[in-house]
Design a protein around this ligand. Structure first.
Ligand code: XUL
Ligand code: MN
Length: 401
């Protein structure tokens, strides 16, 4: 089984790790300095891809909405410098995403903002992000639901807000096609809450439902955030991931760790109190389902592990990348081991591969054959399954025993 390609985004590495209760601890680094750090990670063969919000790379000037098209603008010059560095290191850009959460203008939403002037500015910012993505060679444009949500239900024009969202996403798809650049697909990243009290696309199921309402569903897929956004709901990420793969809509994954039901923890891979079993199981099911995509980190340095100062700011950030990669590879190896374990395979077969003749009839779906089959209620009902034994064996393997 192959080891997947990994992507480390600009924003994860750049994050100086402030939280709502305390200011940032790490020294900030410019986007060009972050590009250097990511290129070093590429040289060390830790990662193959990176990703970025528009704002991670160059600031947004709402008074100069097409500054990227002006070669003499500071934005164009910075983008050119970053591209030269990434190209030289052969670090590819997998995805760009438009930040519609940082600028205060978007505090009541971006694509769904009830004010058309704000929606127009959001649309122009998304279009600029697509152009930046094309310039850097990104394949995906990600729409993360961000501030498209609410705290107070009577403040929402419910008969319009999904139309606004659909208009915004259709525009992104149309513009990407008109530009005919490297951005060939869009992804939707759901999240139940944060930064809003409630968000309009809370789960992967909602995202898949929305895609069916868009002009070109083949352009769009999902990138669930596993385990964080998916685990915030109290639901398991495994269902979201498996259903998205089955629908051929899992374009890539965001990964990190999460204590279920809490705020967005964004803990690094396998770090924290929960999640090892679930993460290994997600990677195992991706192997079983023969999924071919790549994995993208979306997490940040533990605040306890940060420190101010210039030397710390590069050393701690590099160590964060290395640790995330080491931990991902540990989980991936465990998933491969579990998939190849003969004892587990035997127990799974006992659970899944009974009565192959009857399975064949059901998948064929001929009503006459189904009516002629003779399922034995007493035999089936009289047999326990021993799923707890199977799970114990999986746990034993997880614990290396
Ligand atoms: C926020 C989050 C975003 C998206 C990209 O929780 O996951 O960083 O991944 O905007
Ligand atoms: Mn994410």
């Amino acid at each position: 089984m192959k080891n997947r390609k990994l992507s480390m985004p600009f924003w994860c590495v750049a994050n100086p790790v402030g939280d709502p209760f305390g200011r940032a601890i790490m020294d900030r680094m410019s986007s060009v300095e972050i590009a250097d750090l990511l290129c070093k990670a590429r040289e060390e063969k830790l990662i193959e891809f990176t990703s970025a919000h528009d704002d991670d790379l160059v600031g947004w000037d709402p008074h100069h909405l097409e500054d990227d098209l002006d070669p003499s603008s500071p934005a164009s010059k910075t983008l050119k410098t970053i591209k030269e560095k990434l190209d030289a290191a052969e670090l590819k850009v997998a995805m760009v995403t438009c930040s519609l959460h940082e600028n205060p203008l978007f505090r009541n939403g971006g694509l769904t903002n009830p004010n058309p002037e704000v929606r127009m500015l959001a649309a122009r910012k998304v279009m600029r992000t697509i152009r930046i993505g094309n310039f850097l060679g990104a394949e995906y444009l990600t729409y993360w639901v961000a501030r498209d949500g609410f705290e107070c239900q009577f403040s929402v024009p419910w008969e319009r807000n999904y139309r606004y969202l659909i208009e915004g996403l259709n525009l992104a798809e149309r513009y990407a096609k008109e530009q005919n650049g490297s951005v060939r697909h869009g992804t939707i990243e759901p999240k139940p809450n944060e930064p809003r009290g409630e968000m309009y696309i809370p789960t992967t199921g909602h995202a898949l439902g929305l895609i069916a309402m868009l002009n070109d569903p083949s352009f769009w897929g999902v990138n669930p955030e596993v385990l964080q956004h998916e685990g915030m709901t109290g639901l398991t990420a495994e269902v979201a991931v498996a259903m998205a793969v089955h629908a051929k809509k899992l374009f890539f994954l965001h990964v990190g760790n999460q204590k279920p039901g809490q705020f967005d923890n964004d803990l690094p891979m396998l770090v924290g109190m929960d999640g090892i079993k679930e993460m290994v199981a997600v990677l195992w099911l991706l192997d079983r389902m023969d999924w071919q995509g790549h994995i993208e980190y979306d997490n940040h340095i533990l605040r306890t592990d940060t420190a101010p100062g210039k030397e710390n700011s590069t050393r701690i950030r590099m160590d964060f990348i290395r640790q995330n990669v080491e931990n991902y590879r540990m989980a991936e190896k465990k998933a491969h081991d579990i998939a190849a374990d003969p004892e587990l395979a035997k127990m799974m077969a006992a659970l899944w591969d009974r009565e192959p003749g009857m399975a064949k009839i059901l998948s064929k779906g001929e009503t006459a054959e189904i009516l002629a089959a003779a399922p034995d209620y007493d035999k089936v009902n009289g047999t326990g399954l021993q799923i707890a034994r199977l799970d114990q064996l999986a746990t034993r393997r997880l614990l290396g025993m």
